[in-house]
Design a binder for this molecule. Structure first.
Ligand code: FES
Length: 300
C-alpha cells in the first residue's frame, strides 16, 4: 500500500508542477506586457502616456516663452498669479496686475543665464505638486511610464527590489496639503476670470463686457473646481472621522456634502484630463490673441 501511495503522491506533484509550468491554473503570465487578457488593455496606458507628454511639452514651452501671456483683460493661467513682471517682454501683464511689481534686480542677479525671466517659473510648482501627487495621476504614471505594471493582470517591469513608496515617493503623502494650494489657485483663477469681463482688465473702472476669452477664462476655474473638489483628500476632509452620519445637523450636512464630493470623485479621471487640457487651451488662446494670430470677438 505504501509504495502505491508514494506513487500517487509523486504523480500528483508532477501533474501540478506541469500545470503550473504550462500556466493552466491561477497566477499570471510572467514578463513585461505579458497577459492572458484578450482586450486592448494597452490603449489606456498609451493614450495617457502620449497625452500627458504632449501637455508637459506644451506647458514647458509656454513657460519658457516669458511673453505673450496677457491680452486685453486676459491672463494665461500658466502665469497666474504674476508675482513679478518684466515689462520689456512682449505681451506681458500690466504692472498693476503684478502682485509685487517689477522683476527685482536681486532676483535677476541670481536668475540662471539663458532662462527667460518668465513669471511662470515662480508659480508652476504649486499646481504641479498637486497633480503629481494626485491618486489618479499616480495610477496613470505608474502604468504608462513606470510600467509597474502597465495594467491589471498584465506583467510589469521587473524590479530587483521592491521598495514601495519610499524615498522621493514619500512626497506623495503631501497630497492632502497640496489640496489647499490647489484651492487657493482656484480662487486666484476665478479672480482672473472676473477681470476678463472688464475692458483692459480695469475692474470697476473699465468697461464691463464679454469676449470669447472671458468665457474661456471663466470655464477654466469651473473645470478645475470639478477636479479639485472631487479629490480623495477632499472627500476625507468633508466627512472623515465621522462615526454616525445621521446623528445631528452637522453630521447630516457633512454627509450630504460628502455625497456631492463622491459624485465628482467617481469621475475624477475625467475631470483631471478635461481641466488639464482646458488650462493648456486657455494659455494657447490668450497667447494666440496676444500674438495677433487670433481675433478675440468681444463687446468692447
Ligand atoms: Fe486626485 Fe486628490 S486624488 S486630486
Amino acid at each position: 500500500m505504501r509504495p502505491r501511495l508514494r506513487y500517487y503522491q509523486r504523480e500528483f506533484r508532477t501533474a501540478v508542477a506541469a500545470m503550473i509550468e504550462s500556466e493552466q491554473i491561477g497566477g499570471h503570465v510572467s514578463g513585461l506586457a505579458k497577459t492572458r487578457r484578450t482586450d486592448r488593455w494597452w490603449i489606456e496606458p498609451l493614450w495617457t502616456a502620449l497625452g500627458f507628454l504632449g501637455f508637459v511639452i506644451y506647458s514647458n514651452w509656454a513657460a519658457f516663452q516669458g511673453e505673450h501671456y496677457w491680452h486685453a483683460a486676459y491672463l494665461s493661467p500658466f502665469y497666474s498669479p504674476v508675482l513679478f513682471v518684466d515689462l520689456t517682454a512682449t505681451g506681458a501683464a500690466p504692472l498693476q496686475h503684478a502682485w509685487f511689481g517689477l522683476w527685482p534686480d536681486q532676483l535677476r542677479a541670481i536668475w540662471p543665464t539663458g532662462l527667460p525671466t518668465s513669471p511662470a517659473w515662480l508659480i508652476l510648482a504649486g499646481p504641479l505638486a498637486f497633480r503629481a501627487t494626485c491618486y489618479y495621476y499616480r495610477k496613470f504614471y505608474y502604468r504608462a511610464y513606470f510600467m509597474t505594471p502597465p495594467g491589471c493582470a498584465v506583467g510589469g517591469r521587473e524590479q530587483k527590489k521592491y521598495k514601495g513608496e519610499t524615498f522621493l515617493f514619500l512626497f506623495q503623502n503631501l497630497h492632502r496639503y497640496t489640496w489647499y494650494i490647489a484651492v487657493a489657485y482656484i480662487a486666484i483663477l476665478s479672480w482672473d476670470a472676473f477681470i476678463a469681463f472688464w475692458g483692459n482688465g480695469e475692474v470697476f473702472t473699465g468697461q464691463l463686457g464679454i469676449g470669447v476669452g472671458s468665457i474661456i477664462l471663466l470655464i477654466n476655474p469651473i473645470l478645475l473646481s470639478m477636479y479639485t473638489f472631487g479629490c480623495h483628500s477632499c472627500r476625507h476632509l468633508v466627512a472623515g472621522k465621522l462615526n454616525c452620519f445621521s446623528c445631528g445637523t452637522i453630521p447630516q450636512a457633512r454627509y450630504s456634502l460628502w455625497e456631492r464630493v463622491t459624485k465628482l470623485n467617481e469621475n475624477h479621471m475625467f475631470w483631471a484630463w478635461v481641466s488639464m487640457i482646458w488650462v493648456g487651451f486657455t494659455d494657447f488662446y490668450v497667447r494666440m490673441c496676444s500674438m495677433g494670430v487670433f481675433t478675440d470677438f468681444n463687446t468692447w
